[in-house]
Design a protein around this ligand. Structure first.
Ligand code: GLN
Ligand code: ZN
Length: 768
């Protein structure tokens, strides 16, 4: 029997982002639900047909979503919070859960469910909200409909479901439910819905179901282990059900292997791109009859597979298990890569020959499955892939030896400020003479319609570079004037010249390429187009100095130079896989270090290096955290530590759950840290109460994710709380994050209140 070929999921957004357009048209009221649903069906049909034609033996189904697969599962098991029940129309209710809804006339004002990052990706899922006495009722409408569509096309669909344990572990209780309860306690109530669903699918002729259980790649506490034992054995014990493929990805299954192998489930999927070392142990431990799905084609990156190496892996598995027990697959869902490389007409031909998007990865999987029987595959496609890889290696070796050499010469001393914070801080205080509780913002100001229009005119040639630069200078001037008038103490230039905080730097650095259509879903209808970091990173010329100098020339107050940190640039790009991420990160850090030096040279006295993505780069397993954190912190420090004591380094992060990585944040040794916190202030402050923080810190007191204008009183309350936990001399006053998605009127009102709040607390703290 031949080795089967399959993938864990397909991108949903469509090659031309059709889903995005259809969703946004529907949300705006421009089109009826029927058009949205028709587009969605077209997209599914197209993707299934592509996978069928490519010869996949099992094709994912129910991996499509109008918004998010976790939200779909919540709806499928009837986990819809009561407050949404008043919306009768299922489609509107679904989008209300995802996006919230405000209809003053109807007296409806519902905030959406929380959204958070899917493991270590930049995809955001909707966090199901459960009740302590939650009941689950199966609603198979979506999955049944999509199954029928797929079957009508004559393919063998393999429905994909978030597994029950991952579903519960990623869910949360509503705020008003007593804290400390574990969502896993709901497992006995949830499992019957899964059992019912599996029986139903079997009744429809489904032979395999894919249960996504990436939480098996975490270190599991005893309760979670027990939950896995209970869930998997119980589902495997069902009388009438399809075969169960338990899919793990984004890490290694490690010590959790037994939870699957002892369960009675028929198949296990491994992410062998992340954890290639796992194969032999698993082959030895797999019970007779259990099938193994080999995730050898990278679902997280855009490079062509090393087919020879993957082939050896497949052969090892076939030798150990026999071909009938082996499947070849993508490492994870292809959701995280763009749709089709063929749509790229402007990429450098050589670079393009190194790459593979979803469509190409599907073909690679098929090729590897076919080649499993041959010792030395001679297939033309195999030979071609090998030649491209050889060319890529040769090109990499010859790329930029100077950069590699410089990276090798980095010393520990280069990653440390020469002087301890206390002394630096004293000098900086003398230099800047700021008031107690200095006020500032995070960097960006509104990317208004005018800003976007000017940029697109310039890109299309309708506006020449000089005209565009004049426009930007005028925006900066206006922005500086407004900040001065508002009474802010430390200013920013507004970032009007940037579309995206990573793209802007990638476009100016060597080693990066850009796609035309390389969109990847970030959440709902939102997509990002990550740069492709393919070579040694170098900075041919200064990137931000002109804008920062211009902005500084307009004010006597300090204007912060604004940079994106090395870890964030790494994390939000598709990066080369032929050298460790840590090395690539160090190259980026060196380029940024030069930028920092140039900014300092140009008289910029405060430089902010944003690292909003440092936390999402954490590996799934805690035991792998120290290694990652060490090089991530070292890269940040390398980029910032070259300055004199009087130059003040700021950083910014967009999350508040940082208790567990606080020592690393301390080790970054930024003079000032601004951090998101207003949405979960208690959490942040409790971390500070417990561990303190030795340098200056600005806990965000204005939630920029909402258009509401916070009152002076709200902000004085927050500041007062912060001042109880941290010494006032080390406290800054700022919003949660950049203001680029907001509008000027609400910002001006909010910042005026923020400045007012700072003044009031200052008075309170310095009587007389
Ligand atoms: N300086 C950036 C801005 O203000 C930071 C963005 C972010 O934290 N994601 O937009
Ligand atoms: Zn932020």
């Amino acid at each position: 029997m031949p080795v089967l070929a399959t993938v864990l999921g397909h991108p949903r957004i469509g090659i031309a982002r059709e889903l995005k357009k259809a969703l946004e048209a529907y949300w705006s009221g421009a089109t009826p639900a029927e058009s949205l649903l028709a587009t969605a069906q077209e997209i599914r049909t197209r993707h299934w047909s592509i996978m069928k034609e490519a010869g996949l033996d099992q094709v994912p189904c129910n991996d499509f979503s109008l918004y998010d697969h976790m939200l779909d599962m919540a709806v499928t098991v009837g986990a819809i919070p009561d407050r949404f029940q008043k919306i009768a129309d299922p489609l509107n209710r679904y989008f209300a859960l995802a996006r919230g809804v405000q209809d003053r006339g109807a007296g409806i004002d519902l905030s959406p469910l929380e959204m958070t990052k899917w493991f270590d990706t930049n995809y955001h899922y909707i966090v199901p909200e459960l009740d302590a006495d939650q009941s689950f009722v199966l609603n198979p409408t979506k999955i049944s409909a999509e199954l029928a569509e797929a079957q009508a096309l004559g393919i063998t669909p393999r429905p994909v479901l978030p597994g029950p344990v991952t579903f519960l572990k990623l869910s949360k209780y509503a705020d008003d439910v007593a804290a400390g309860l574990d969502t896993l306690e709901l497992l006995p109530r949830l499992l019957p819905a899964y059992e019912e669903l599996l029986a139903l699918l079997a009744g429809h002729g489904v032979t395999w179901v894919q249960l996504d259980e990436p939480c098996l790649c975490f270190e599991l506490d005893p309760a979670s282990q027990q939950a896995y034992r209970t869930a998997l054995t119980r589902l495997a014990g069902g009388a009438k059900r399809p075969g169960l493929l338990v899919a793990t990805y984004f890490g290694s299954i490690g010590e959790n292997l037994g939870l699957v192998t002892d369960s009675g489930c028929e198949a296990l999927h491994l992410d062998l791109v992340r954890a290639p070392e796992e194969l032999d142990g698993v082959l030895a431990a797999l019970p007779a009859g259990m099938k193994l799905s080999l995730g050898v084609v990278d679902g997280r990156n855009v490079w062509r597979a090393d087919l020879e190496q993957a082939h050896r892996t497949v052969r090892r598995a076939v030798d150990a298990l026999g071909s009938e027990r082996v499947m070849v697959a993508s490492s994870c869902s292809l959701l995280h890569v763009p749709v089709d490389l063929d749509a790229e007409t402007r990429l450098d031909a050589e670079l393009k020959s190194w790459m593979a998007f979803a469509a190409q990865k599907v073909a690679e999987v098929r090729l590897l499955a076919d080649a499993a029987q041959q010792e030395e595959p001679q297939d033309a496609a195999f030979v071609q892939a090998g030649a491209a890889l050889a060319r890529r290696r040769a090109a990499a070796a010859a790329d930029n030896p100077a950069v590699r050499h410089r990276a090798e010469q980095v010393t520990e001393a280069m990653t440390r400020r020469g002087t301890p914070f206390a002394e630096r801080s004293a000098r900086q205080k003398r230099r800047f003479d700021l008031p107690l509780l200095p006020t500032t913002t995070i960097g960006s100001f509104p990317q208004s319609r005018e800003v976007r229009e000017a940029r697109s005119k310039w890109r299309s040639g309708a506006l020449d570079s000089e005209g565009y630069q004049d426009f930007l200078r005028a925006e900066i001037r206006r922005c500086i004037e407004k900040q001065e008038k508002l009474g802010l103490d430390v200013l920013v230039h507004g970032e009007f010249e940037r579309t995206d905080m990573v793209e802007y730097f990638g476009e100016q650095l060597d080693g990066f390429a850009f796609t035309q259509n390389g969109w990847v879903q970030s959440y709902g209808s939102r997509c990002v187009k990550p740069p492709v970091l393919y070579g040694n990173v170098a900075r041919p010329r200064p990137m931000t100095v002109e804008w920062s100098s211009f902005a500084q020339s307009l004010s006597k107050r300090p204007v912060k130079g604004m940079l994106t940190g090395p870890v964030t640039i790494l994390q939000w790009s598709f990066v080369r896989n032929d050298q460790p991420r840590s090395e690539t990160c160090r190259e980026i850090a060196l380029a940024l270090r030069d930028e920092v030096a140039d900014l300092e040279q140009a008289g910029i006295s405060m430089i902010q290096m944003d690292e909003p993505a440092i936390r999402e780069g954490l590996p799934l397993r805690r035991r792998d955290w120290p290694e990652y954190l060490e090089w991530a912190v070292a890269a940040f420090s390398l980029s910032t530590a070259g300055v004199s004591d009087e130059t003040q380094i700021h950083t910014h992060m967009c999350y508040s759950e940082f208790g567990d990585i606080l020592p690393s944040i301390v080790a970054m040794d930024a003079d000032v840290l601004s951090i998101e916190s207003s949405r979960s202030r208690m959490e942040l402050l409790s971390h500070f109460r417990q561990y303190g923080y030795p340098n200056d810190v600005g806990p965000g007191i204005y939630d920029i994710h909402s258009p509401r204008v916070p009152t002076v009183e709200e902000m004085t309350t927050l500041l007062g709380l912060a001042a109880e936990v941290l010494p006032a001399e080390r406290l800054w006053v700022n919003p949660d994050c950049g203001l680029k998605t907001r509008g000027w009127p609400e910002i001006e009102a909010s910042l005026a209140n923020m400045v007012q709040a700072a003044r009031q607390i200052r008075l309170r703290l310095t009587p007389g």
